[in-house]
Ligand binder design. Structure first.
Ligand SMILES: Cc1cc2nc3c(=O)[nH]c(=O)nc-3n(C[C@H](O)[C@H](O)[C@H](O)COP(=O)(O)OP(=O)(O)OC[C@H]3O[C@@H](n4cnc5c(N)ncnc54)[C@H](O)[C@@H]3O)c2cc1C
Ligand SMILES: *[C@@H]1O[C@H](CO)[C@@H](O)[C@H](O)[C@H]1NC(C)=O
Length: 613
């Protein structure tokens, strides 16, 4: 056995972790065994739930993960590598159906695959969204899911360390310690480096009337923010689900994680309700199917694309879809795989050409700058390599940016819904959608509710994402083969309002770029002409828009007569002991990046499951 210190050094160079399975907390012998709980998918939600349930020594937990356990690769741990991971790096490699409402082209929809799920490869941005968005979950019939109920769980997941960038002209980090956790597993903090041109960003926002002075994570405002990351404040490495919820607990004999185990089906006993008795899994399409048994509950945490797939393969879903594939319908739940929501995102590049400005693009083009930054990172955990993710962003509301916000909202109410074909003859889905539409538009009338996001990267990258979509997509199986990827149709911008909000966002970008503060950085207009009109913007939008990786709402927590799949206890309707815990349960996607919400929701779910023991 190599000493731990040496292993750590090896791991920093990305070499394989050669420790035996058991020393890494893994097992490979779940087949035929019985556990109190089986958790499907060991991503963000699955690791929170399984680590919390295994806090009690006499409770046994099995978490089955389709992907691998990582080897502490630099590409995971060092913020510099965000966006630079090789293709397929802890990632599923799934594409959407062709997006006919845009340009007819299909898009890659990256999803994390491995112990830690999306948190291994995500952009590390940590924000929660607005209080009203969670109160709206509650008001749609989910008692106990408003902001006040969630806040203790948001706090439970994090240890927040503020940082002051002393001497900055614009002081960006605003903190209300009352909304932050002090002892949770995820380290939430800020990079040790501050790009000077961040000041230009905040000045530009102020110049066009977008406020920049609120704590981003108390959920009360729209505007410009300096966001925290899931970054360790001391050594400036990623604090992900694997390192925060798994590593500290690998010594628990009752916490079993088995990688390379893709769940193919949940097994039920039929009675008044369905009782999940176990799960079937396999390492790959040609490997033997094996079974593990659950004596208490099965928790489905495979993410918003794969959880509906597993339900459908197991006989729970929209009966027309199951029957079409010859799958026996155990429970007809039309909501499964419908109501798909995502934040459509477009990358827009106005690369700053001012030669005096160093930025993240110079890592690739200026080897001296990159080498110096790397050396500084490795020697002192400071410098530009710590500051790759977007921190200085904006989440403006319609009121703050549109000439006629009220007019946009009333036009949205009378626009065609353009719902997916699967909504035809499904009154519960239609009713659920109408209530969501009413709720989202009601929120957006407030000046405090973000309608879109501007993701500034301090290099002239001004990406835009739609925060409160009215479009709905689908994620369904088209085959009984569990190794065939589900058919994902996000249908971004199919609702006219979503398109209009994105055009508005592009026009807000134009205003930001026209400010003295940004002109000083000399943006390039090679990709998007400076004076582009709405038709030209629309052309760029239809070709460029894709995912912000925020798939959600495909197993919605809603009343059954509104197309719900799970109750406010997260239990799948018609079952006695199957719950879903992942971003699929959000009835409506909040206007924020999803991981902080996913951790908080999973913390709350773990407490609910414990309370039923
Ligand atoms: C590239 C990228 C960038 C992102 N950037 C940000 C960001 O900056 N900030 C932010 O807040 N959020 C970001 N996100 C989103 C965030 O990471 C996800 O919302 C979050 O991980 C979702 O958590 P989850 O538990 O629902 O699913 P996941 O974390 O995706 O976990 C699901 C797990 O289930 C496993 N699984 C799936 N099917 C099966 C099966 N059949 N059997 C066994 N296991 C299975 C998967 O391999 C995965 O490990 C990003 C995501 C991606 C992909
Ligand atoms: C970073 O620090 C944390 C403790 O705060 C530690 O658990 C982790 O192993 C460190 N990671 C690296 C790569 O130094």
């Amino acid at each position: 056995m190599l000493p731990i210190a040496l292993l750590f050094v090896l791991s920093l160079f990305g070499l394989s972790d050669t420790r035996p399975l058991k020393d890494r907390g893994l097992i490979d012998n779940a087949a035929g065994q019985t556990y109190d709980y089986i958790v499907i998918g060991c991503g963000v939600s699955g690791l929170v739930v399984s680590s919390r349930l295994s806090e009690s020594e006499d409770i046994t937990v099995l978490c089955l993960e389709a992907g691998a356990l990582d080897h502490y690769e630099d590409e995971i741990q060092i913020p510099y590598y965000i966006g630079l991971q090789p293709d397929g790096f802890y990632e599923w490699g799934i594409y959407t159906t062709p997006q006919g409402q845009l340009d007819g082209v299909s898009r890659h929809i990256p999803m994390g695959k491995g112990v830690g799920g999306g948190s291994l490869i995500n952009g590390m941005v940590w924000n929660r969204g607005n209080q009203q968005s969670f109160n709206a979950w509650n008001d749609l019939g989910n008692s106990g899911w408003g902001w006040e109920s969630l806040l203790p769980y948001f706090e439970k997941s994090e240890t927040y360390t503020p940082k002051n960038y002393a001497g900055r002209e614009v002081q960006p980090v605003l903190e209300n310690s009352a909304v932050h956790g002090t002892s949770g597993p995820i380290q939430v903090s800020y990079p040790n480096y501050y790009w000077p041109q961040t000041d230009n960003w905040f000045s530009a926002l102020q110049e066009i009337g977008i406020p920049t002075s609120a704590e981003p994570n108390q959920g009360l405002s729209a505007g410009g923010y300096f966001l925290p990351l899931d970054i360790d404040p001391n050594n400036q490495t990623r604090s992900d689900a694997r390192r925060a919820y798994y590593d500290p607990n690998i010594q628990r004999n009752n916490f079993n994680v088995q990688p390379y185990s893709q769940v193919t089906r949940i097994i039920f006993e039929q009675g008044d309700e369905l009782t999940a008795t176990g799960v079937e899994f396999a390492a790959g399409p040609s490997s033997p199917r094996q079974t593990a048994f659950a004596s208490r509950e099965v928790v489905l945490s495979a993410g918003a694309i794969h959880s509906p797939q597993i339900l459908e393969l197991s006989g729970i879903g929209q009966s027309s879809i199951l029957e079409g594939l010859g799958i026996e319908v155990l429970e007809n739940l039309p909501g499964v795989g419908n109501n798909l929501q995502d934040h459509g995102m477009i990358h827009l590049d106005y690369s700053y050409t001012n030669p005096d400005i160093m930025d993240v693009e110079d890592f690739a083009t200026n080897s001296q700058f990159n080498d110096d930054s790397a050396a500084e990172y490795y020697s002192s955990k400071t410098g530009p390599w710590t500051a790759k993710p977007s921190c200085a962003v904006a989440f403006p509301s319609l009121e703050q940016t549109a000439a006629d916000a009220a007019g946009m909202i009333s036009a949205a109410r009378s626009a065609a819904y353009n719902l997916p074909d699967t909504y035809a003859n499904e009154p519960t889905l239609q009713r659920g959608y109408e209530q969501q539409l009413d709720s989202v538009l009601g929120e957006l009338a407030s000046e405090n509710i973000p309608a879109f996001e501007n993701l500034n990267n301090n290099a002239g990258g001004l990406d835009l994402a739609l925060m409160r979509p009215l479009s709905r997509g689908t994620a369904h199986i088209t085959s009984t083969d569990p190794f065939a990827p589900p058919n994902v149709d996000p249908r971004w911008l199919v609702h006219q309002f979503d398109y209009d909000v994105m055009i508005l966002a592009m026009q807000v970008n134009q205003k930001i770029l026209d400010t003295d503060a940004i002109q000083a950085l000399q943006p390039s207009y090679a990709q998007i002409p400076r004076d582009a009109n709405t038709d030209q913007l629309g052309e760029i939008l239809r070709v460029g828009i894709g995912t912000e990786y925020h798939y959600s709402s495909t197993t919605a927590m809603l009343p059954l007569d509104m197309g719900g799949v799970v109750s406010d206890q997260l239990r799948v309707y018609g079952t006695s002991n199957l719950r879903v815990v992942d971003t699929g349960i959000y009835p409506m996607v909040p206007g924020a990046h999803l991981q902080a919400v996913a951790y908080g929701v999973a913390e709350k779910a773990a407490d609910m499951i414990k309370a039923d023991q």
